[in-house]
Design a protein around this ligand. Structure first.
Ligand SMILES: Cc1cc2nc3c(=O)[nH]c(=O)nc-3n(C[C@H](O)[C@H](O)[C@H](O)COP(=O)(O)O)c2cc1C
Ligand code: SF4
Length: 600
């Protein structure tokens, strides 16, 4: 029973009531409890455990997995500076130092009076308007020295967040180049009306004919996925929209959810019709918490127009509704099976695959998981006709792609192109000059150097989930890779040893090189580590964790070698030194008692 610390069983009861006392909603329940109380009090853990009939260990296991949930107080104001490399390039490190000094707080600690804590967090998806921070989960963009100082004063005066200047929280779309998708002005329901006439089987066929491939990164053919889900045996079917958008440098889904939400939901409902689903979920990353109420309002409007609910558009048996689940700061939950675990109220640990979500997804039932942009593109393909859609882009990458452009360019933001656009063309359009490198598709993607700027974006050459981070010739690509490696070490879910240990070793190696203690041995070790991670990681995070180092080593080796203590091969372990005691005991110190050294 909740007894003290201002915790009221009645409030927890109201949360439980809202979620139908379902253990599968544990993450949502914990998140809402924390939003109200500031953290998850031990009494609340006991109370929820008793009410949901789950052990305390499960609740604590979930609460400790997600970086936005806390079992300890984290201050009345929890300030988290976004720590993507693009935030750093805009001065986030100095701004955080400034705030720590102003507020007399050490990074990562709670102030003595319990007022605030200041720390970093992984990319918040505001790279086009950084540096950014979250205060009690609310995004603040365009930080400057002055803005940070004002925030310090507001916190010092305990001003409620609702009374802070509204422009602190402004998040712009920054639509720089529109195309097929961003130019579309489809009225809500237009695609569904056409789809109802087509019928489920023909929708699947049309999506297959359109050549549409998933926009979340892997590029799986969407029509095939929908067909497998439709044909799978199950008591119920589900549609899940992956809006976790955690890949550093990616923010196009944020914009689609802000200004094209009807199209996203139209695509999800289209998919429901095609696969025979009655329930859908939008998994929204915790960093986009501010979008929750506007999205719920769009859903409500659609219900009122009979575009959601029972007998949609008067079609008997076409029943479908969408609920929104909020994530809580875990990049791994973007991986589709981890996302489903998280939707079920568990730790976001990727599942063994096969079976795949299309046959055994949410609640072990057939589930179509697709990216936000994929749903929009599917709706467009149906509206304009599959044959017309498939001629846009390239043979294996049909349609258009949204890019999230950030870094060293005067016009960061969202750019839409038909697939097949070259890196060079995007750089030209965003006004980038003296570009040294572009990181395509985030840390798990590819680092492209100047000699490769004629390469083309698409599944034939450079696949991308959308991130396009630009680095000019003033940037140190070693530091870029080091930032990405820290990100992977932080975000590894810890389920498999090679990834848990390997990402941490990689981080230590990069820190060692940065401190001037590295040798060629360390560089060789990264290649070795990559082989281990490639072959033994359970999911894509581990398999791609070494990419940032390997790619930057390939193009910018001097950035590493200039930092090495020695260019020679020096093992980390001094074998000859370890034999000193043996030599002493045998009274030998002749050349034969030493390991041969190079050149000897
Ligand atoms: C570590 C990791 C993170 C991922 N993050 C995302 C993400 O944030 N958004 C997304 O759509 N897909 C993400 N994916 C890909 C999903 O697993 C999945 O392929 C995708 O949601 C399928 O949708 P699509 O076919 O429309 O691309 C991630 C994959 C991995 C391995
Ligand atoms: S590879 Fe890493 S992130 Fe993926 S399951 Fe294993 S530990 Fe978790």
């Amino acid at each position: 029973m909740v007894t003290d610390a201002g915790l009221h069983a009645t409030y927890l009861d109201s949360i439980l009531e809202r979620h139908g006392h379902a253990a599968a909603s544990l993450l949502q329940i914990l998140r809402e409890a924390q939003e109200h109380y500031g953290y998850i009090h031990p009494d609340a853990v006991d109370y929820l455990g008793a009410k949901l009939h789950i052990p305390r260990s499960r609740i604590e296991g979930v609460a400790t997995f997600y970086s936005f949930l806390h079992l300890q107080p984290h201050g009345e104001y929890r300030v988290l500076f976004s720590d993507n490399i693009t935030d750093r390039m805009l001065g986030s490190t100095a701004l955080m130092q400034q705030m720590c000094q102003q507020m007399w707080v050490e990074p990562g600690k709670v102030s003595e009076d319990g007022l605030l804590s200041i720390n970093t967090t992984s990319c918040t998806g505001m790279c086009d308007q950084g540096p950014a921070m979250l205060v009690n989960g609310r995004a603040i963009t365009r930080l400057t020295r002055q803005r940070v100082q004002e925030i310090g004063l507001l916190i010092g005066n305990r001003t409620p967040l609702d009374d802070w200047p509204a422009d602190f929280f402004a998040v712009d779309d920054n639509l720089r180049r529109k195309g097929l998708l961003l130019d579309s002005t489809l009225a809500p329901g237009a695609v569904l009306r056409a789809a109802v006439t087509l019928g489920a089987q023909n929708i699947v066929e049309a999506v297959k004919t359109s050549g549409l491939r998933g926009r979340g990164g892997a590029g799986f053919p969407t029509g095939l996925k929908w067909e497998s889900c439709r044909n799978a045996q199950g008591a119920a079917r589900y549609v899940v929209c992956n809006a976790d958008e955690g890949e550093p440098g990616t923010f196009k889904d944020r914009v689609l959810l802000t200004s094209y939400a009807d199209l996203v939901f139209e695509g999800m409902t289209l998919c429901a019709l095609a696969v025979g689903a009655t329930q859908g979920y939008l998994y929204l990353r915790g960093e986009y918490r501010y979008l929750l109420e506007p999205l719920q309002a769009v859903l409500q409007r659609r219900r009122e127009k009979n575009l959601l609910g029972r007998n949609i558009l008067g079609q008997a048996g076409f029943d479908f509704d969408i609920a929104i689940h909020l994530g809580a700061g875990a990049y791994i939950c973007g991986e589709e099976s981890a996302l489903i675990e998280s939707l079920e109220g568990k730790r976001g640990v990727p599942r063994n695959r096969p079976p795949f979500p299309v046959t055994h997804g949410y609640m072990q039932q057939p589930t179509a998981v697709d990216n936000v942009e994929t749903f929009c593109s599917a709706a467009l393909a149906i509206q304009m006709g599959a044959e017309k859609y498939r001629v846009i882009g390239t043979a294996k990458s049909t349609g258009s792609k949204l890019l999230s452009v950030s870094g060293d360019c005067p016009r960061p933001g969202i750019y839409e192109y038909p697939f097949g656009v070259s890196v060079h063309e995007v750089l030209h359009d965003c006004g980038a000059v003296n570009t040294r490198a572009v990181q395509i598709s985030g840390p798990s993607g590819v680092c492209v150097a100047e000699s490769e700027f004629d390469r083309k974006l698409g599944f034939e050459d450079l696949p991308t989930a959308g991130a396009f981070m630009v680095f000019d010739d003033s940037r140190d690509l070693f530091e870029v890779a080091r930032n990405f490696v820290h990100f992977f070490a932080h975000e590894s879910c810890g389920f498999c040893t090679p990834c848990r240990v390997g990402t941490s070793m990689l981080k230590q190696t990069m820190d060692k090189i940065a401190a001037g203690h590295g040798t060629r041995y360390d560089l060789n070790e990264v290649e070795h580590l990559d082989k281990v991670l490639q072959t033994s990681s359970h999911c894509g995070l581990g398999r791609t964790a070494c990419n940032p180092v390997l790619h930057t080593l390939k193009h910018f080796r001097p950035a590493y070698e200039n930092r090495l203590k020695s260019l020679d091969f020096e093992p980390a372990f001094d074998l000859d030194g370890a034999l000193a005691r043996a030599r002493q005991m045998t009274g030998r110190d002749d050349a034969g008692a030493h390991l041969k050294t190079e050149g000897a």
